[in-house]
Design a protein around this ligand. Structure first.
Ligand SMILES: [Cu+2]
Length: 149
């Protein structure tokens, strides 16, 4: 039996290569006017998502950095932005570690011309999941939601 194991493992890994799970691509940009260009998108429960955030502005990161932070269900982007400030969030520490319990996925803070792609799995529970840029004060403008259905 054991001599079949290598063959089994080979065909199994081959099937992973041959049938990759479909991945939903989402590309969001943030600009110097504190705007995300996409303020909502849909995902299927459990869907694999590759999200790219692009900072298309030119103002230095220390004054106009952007990140993309997806919050767990029921967490509100405005309240979360206020919590960031209350927890010592700053231009150099825009997402205090103490708040990560409310976060499902996030990029790092990006300066002008930078981009980052992250991969995550959409929650299996349907509903609205808010996202926000947690650079201090940006939560007033830079918000959106992912609708899982
Ligand atoms: Cu921002």
């Amino acid at each position: 039996m054991s001599r079949f194991l290598p063959f089994f493992l080979f065909t199994f890994s081959l099937s992973l290569v041959a049938n990759p799970e479909p991945v939903k691509e989402v590309i969001i940009s943030g600009n110097d006017a504190m705007q995300f260009d996409i303020k909502n998108f849909q995902a299927k429960p459990g869907e694999s998502i590759r999200l790219t955030l692009k900072n298309i502005g030119s103002i230095p990161k220390i004054a106009m950095g952007h990140n993309w932070v997806l919050l767990k269900k029921g967490a509100d982007a405005i309240s979360f932005g206020q919590k960031v400030l209350a927890s010592g969030g700053s231009a150099t520490n825009p997402l205090p570690k103490s708040l990560l319990g409310d976060v499902l996925a996030h990029t790092k803070l990006l300066g002008p011309g930078e981009s980052e792609s992250i991969s995550f799995t959409a929650p299996t529970i349907a509903g609205e999941y808010e996202y926000v840029c947690t650079f201090p004060g940006h939560f007033a403008m830079m918000r959106g939601s992912m609708e899982v259905k």
